[in-house]
Write a protein that binds this ligand. Structure first.
Ligand code: ADP
Ligand code: MG
Length: 442
């Protein structure tokens, strides 16, 4: 008989012997449910489990000495008896996992790769995130995604999170703000080891809008160590920001350089076709039926921020339900009127010329000057066109702003620009690109 078999017998024999020592009611209520752990028990340690958390202390107080006594009689040597709650060890473990899972419950299940429409503007970021989700910790680590507001950074990051979570990985999705709050809470409760364990033992860490680390030394320090621990054990880290790591500013040099260690991928404002695909997808998800001309209209009106598309669709849907009308183009235009004005209200001619000047590497004052050099004229044309399209300024106001003699001069210029747009593909693309840039950064 092997050692284990020997103890199995003793444990069971002790429980059997106990039956004679207690009343029938006590036996049925307490002893009957005790089990002996033959695997974990050793020559001098006997482990018994009870499934009932409420009575574990009661059993200990009342029967532990008796059990020890009976055990030692049969064992012939000293024994420590342990009576614990069944699965308490497993429970502790699963509580930890649940704690971690809590942080990842913020993952939005509809942020999936399938629901993400891919076009030239986002295909690089899409491919990078997809590949990181297929080979976590192996290919691009960290993966850093940056781009303007509402361009799908959070969506992509969470798509990876969903895939990995479904594959059984412990995924933490958090913003810098939540990370910081969590840190403070753990410091205050003097349970820093729990914080470290949580963030350093997960399989995948997703931190959204990392630009908010800027100028916050304390949390940068903590984040640095988290980063090192995860990276060192080959765990996947994905970060997003509104700008390239080099441009974030107020970041410790060691963090900035680490952000560029893996892969830095950008997301640009979507082109028209991608916007159309996104609107169609959102219609499908939200069960809204729209005709092609309405979809095209929305795609042209919404410059770049995809987040607005969802708002528009639900607004259209709600209005049509409340007013019992079908959604046609006229109706859509009416509903969107306020939204468009609202978007453009904050947009000034100063802002537009600043963005154009920066992009074309000249000074804003040169755009408004009488300069005739080729690149200044080019920048001026683009600025005038965009100001006319995106702001509420009248022709005389435009003429005045751009230093033109009168309204004939400005209308002549605008006519000319319209012809360029028709004939010159590069010019049109540049205007589109700058329009997107201006509307995303507002
Ligand atoms: P960001 O984090 O870059 O500000 P989000 O990821 O929150 O942007 O995206 C804003 C909204 O636009 C979300 O509802 C997201 O689903 C949607 N969205 C953005 N890009 C796409 C895309 N390419 N395909 C489908 N939906 C998109
Ligand atoms: Mg986001």
């Amino acid at each position: 008989m092997n050692r284990q078999g020997f103890y199995v017998n003793i444990g069971q024999e002790v429980l059997k012997a106990l039956k004679d020592e207690v009343t029938e009611i006590e036996y049925n209520r307490y002893i009957k449910h005790l089990t002996y752990d033959s695997k974990k028990s050793t020559g001098d340690l006997a482990i018994f489990y009870t499934p009932n958390a409420l009575v574990v202390n009661w059993i200990k107080n009342r029967y532990k000495d008796k059990i020890t006594y009976l055990f030692e009689v049969k064992n012939g040597s000293k024994v420590t008896v342990q009576i614990t709650l069944k699965n308490s060890i497993e429970k502790r473990k699963s509580r930890k996992v649940a704690e971690i899972k809590q942080s990842s419950s913020l993952l939005n299940p509809s942020h999936s790769f399938d629901n993400f429409m891919v076009g030239g503007s986002n295909q690089f970021a899409y491919a990078a995130v997809k590949s990181a989700s297929e080979n976590p910790g192996k290919v691009y680590n960290p993966l850093f995604i940056y781009g303007g507001v509402g361009l799908g950074k959070t969506h992509l990051m969470q798509a990876a999170g969903n895939v990995l979570q479904n594959a059984g990985k412990v995924v933490i999705y958090t913003t810098v703000e939540q990370f910081l709050n969590d840190f403070i809470r753990h410091v205050r409760n003097k349970i820093m080891e729990r914080f470290q364990e949580k963030y350093r033992k997960c399989d995948v860490l997703l931190i959204d809008d990392i630009q908010f680390l800027s100028n916050r030394e304390g949390i940068q320090e903590e984040f640095f160590h988290t980063f090192e621990a995860l990276k060192g054990t080959g765990k996947q880290i994905i970060l997003t920001a509104d700008k390239h790591p080099k441009k974030i500013g107020g970041l410790e040099a060691r963090l900035q350089s680490r952000f560029e260690w893996g892969l830095v991928a950008d997301i640009q404002p979507p082109e028209l076709e991608t916007k159309i695909a996104i609107i169609k997808k959102k219609c499908e998800i939200n069960k809204v039926k729209l005709s092609e001309d309405i979809i095209n209209y929305i795609a042209t009106v919404i410059e770049s921020n995809v987040r607005e598309i969802e708002g528009i669709l639900s607004k259209l849907h709600a209005y049509s339900q409340l007013m019992h009308v079908d959604i046609d183009l006229e109706f859509t235009k009416n509903v969107l009127k306020d939204q468009i004005n609202e978007n453009r209200e904050n947009l000034t001619m100063d802002k537009i010329t600043q963005v154009v000047a920066k992009d074309l590497n000249i000074k804003p004052s040169e755009i408004r000057s009488k300069g005739r050099s080729k690149n200044i004229v080019y920048a001026r044309r683009i600025s005038i066109y965009i100001c006319r399209e995106l702001t509420q300024n009248t022709m005389p106001q435009l003429a005045q702003y751009f230093g033109m003699k009168d309204h004939t001069a400005i209308s002549h210029t605008i006519k000319k620009i319209n012809n360029f747009i028709k004939d010159d593909e590069d010019f049109r693309v540049k205007i589109e690109e700058l329009t997107n840039k201006i509307t995303t950064s507002s």
